[in-house]
Design a protein around this ligand. Structure first.
Ligand code: FAD
Length: 510
């Protein structure tokens, strides 16, 4: 067996959000490389096929997108302008618990912990002993900002209760990919336009050595990143890694997407509204609103789903709805031999909590962390695969939670999803919270305690108990503390600019 050597060329197959989100940090990293072997730096080559195109959706993100942008050194104002971005402090869920009810999943905590205990534990205690305790969302700065359509980034003292929030972005997926393309090519990445028709493997071990394009050109490499979307050209067709179907837990399998006109006031959050056999997203951008209806074809026709989508818009549609079909699930391995799947080729989870771009960012971070030599040591692939599976499964469970806890029984779809069997670990989570108000966090890269609390309280679980240590503080003292924090949050938010004004003031008008 030959000695492992430095990877000289990385080939990225696909130029959607996943492809360019992978190319940008790799190009940045290798443009600074001074190889110890004295050879040229590792090349990053991306192949994209204009005739196949990209999926063209994926516009809501989670707060870690900021760390990704910061690592690339992107200028915040320029990014917001070029991608028509808006700010996002969380997701509003309408009609999920019951028709006519809403709750908010905000980015951030419910005020600071007290004696190392989540403040929700104290709120549960006060709700049991005090009269007319206001809703827990009053202690979530992001929820209060959402109600008032205001936005400014956290400033000042990090530990202040009013700073216990975070934010992400909504952006135009096509513009973001183009923005990253410019960045990646500016850092030396090469772009090849063409459609791959053949993949070549080394006979002795099955490693991919190159691909042939429709026009006969051949592109060779040492490491191949499969960003070919749901086609899964390399990880599926070539490597034959099985796809684990999760549609028995998450049965929605179609979406129709349509842009509509911008709506005032500009909301600093995504909205998810439950419909009769799925749910509808609303994503506010500077130049338009993104909308889509995600549904299960076993319970509603495409025609009816399209009608519901259009009827649910709050501004004029700018196009006709576009149909997208999918199956929820994941590849058994995201890395096999010298092929690593990133993006939709690795799996799909419905965009209810905006997690796909997060999974892309984390996969790219892990590729850099576990960057191999030419032998692609199986132990690196094993660790990468272990972390990807953990993350996919923890997000999967978080999404199933939304369906399982609904109190809706008004359609066959809601009766089906509320009655379905769920993964054991999720059943434990729900029971733990119901009995004790406590939360188990299984994945350091997944949703943390405040997110689980928001969802379980928002969907109507009333914990029977709470942490007994909360009673070490006199309830009158606690009530006074909670009143102070609530007033301080309300006052801080009232002084913030509106979301639209903040964008206007912070984006250069050149
Ligand atoms: P694609 O965009 O499909 O790109 C595939 C690329 O591979 C293209 O460039 C194509 O040309 C190329 N390709 C394919 N075959 C070949 C070939 N033979 N030769 C050469 N090139 C080829 N995620 C979020 O985080 N937030 C959201 O709000 C969100 N909303 C979504 C809504 C819906 C309805 C869906 C379906 C997904 C959503 N996602 C969301 C997921 C998000 O869209 C994707 O994770 C993201 O766009 C990445 O897609 P991709 O780059 O993997 O695939």
């Amino acid at each position: 067996m030959s000695t492992p050597q430095r990877i000289r060329r990385v080939v990225i197959v696909g130029g959607g959000t996943a492809g360019w989100m992978t190319a940008a940090p790799l190009a940045q990293k290798f443009s600074r490389q001074l190889p110890v072997d004295g050879g040229p730096p590792t090349e990053v080559v991306l192949i994209e096929s204009p005739e196949i195109g990209t999926i063209g959706v994926g516009e809501a993100t989670l707060p870690t997108i900021r760390a990704y942008n910061a690592t690339l050194g992107l200028d915040g104002a320029d990014f917001i302008k070029r991608t028509q971005a808006s700010f996002k402090v969380g997701i509003e869920f309408k009609d999920w618990k019951q028709v006519g009810e809403r709750f908010f999943h905000g980015f951030g905590d419910f005020g600071p912990a007290i004696n190392n205990l989540s403040s929700i534990q104290y709120w549960l205690h006060l709700r049991a002993v005090a009269e007319n305790m206001p809703p827990y969302e009053d202690w979530s700065t992001s929820s209060v900002m959402a109600r008032q359509m205001r936005f400014t980034p956290p400033t000042g003292e990090a530990a202040a209760p009013t700073n216990a929030y975070s934010y992400a972005f909504h952006f135009d997926a096509g513009l973001y990919a183009a923005y990253l393309r410019e960045y990646a090519m500016g850092h030396g990445a090469q772009r090849i336009e063409g459609t791959i028709t053949e993949v070549h493997q080394r006979p002795e071990d099955g490693f991919v050595t190159g691909v042939t394009l429709k026009d006969g050109r051949r592109v060779e490499g040492d490491l191949f990143i499969d960003c070919s979307g749901m086609r899964a050209l390399l990880i599926g067709d070539t490597m034959q890694v099985p796809f684990e179907d999760w549609s028995h837990w998450l049965p929605v399998n179609r979406a129709q997407a349509v842009p509509s006109k911008r709506v005032e006031p500009l909301t600093p959050y995504t909205t998810s509204t439950a419909r009769t056999a799925g749910w509808q997203w609303r994503i506010p951008l500077q130049h338009r609103t993104g909308n889509g209806h995600v549904y299960c074809s076993g319970f509603i026709s495409d025609e009816e789903a399209g009608r519901q989508l259009i009827a649910g818009l709050d501004s004029e549609a700018l196009d006709s709805p576009r149909l997208i079909k999918f199956t929820t699930g994941v590849r058994r391995e995201c890395w096999r031999k010298n092929v690593i799947a990133v993006g939709l080729s690795s799996g799909f989870l419905e965009p209810l909590e905006s997690t796909s771009i997060q999974l892309i960012m984390d996969a790219v971070g892990r590729i850099i962390q576990f960057f191999p030599e030419t032998d692609c040591a199986p132990v690196l692939a094993d660790e990468f695969n272990r972390r990807m599976s953990t993350q996919y499964e923890s997000i999967r469970d978080f999404i199933i939670l939304h369906y399982k806890l609904t109190q809706r029984r008004d359609t066959e779809f809601w009766r089906h999803v509320s009655g379905m069997a769920i993964p054991e670990r999720l059943a434990h989570q729900i029971e733990l919270f119901r009995r004790s108000g406590r939360v188990a966090v299984y994945d350091p890269d997944g949703f943390q305690e405040p997110s689980w609390q928001s969802l379980m309280l928002g969907l109507g679980i009333q914990p029977e108990a709470y942490d007994p240590m909360v009673t070490v503080i006199d309830p009158r003292e606690l009530l006074a503390h909670f009143a102070r924090v609530r007033a301080s949050i309300a006052q801080t938010v009232a002084a913030m600019p509106t979301h639209a004004d903040f964008i206007r003031a912070n984006v250069r008008a050149d």
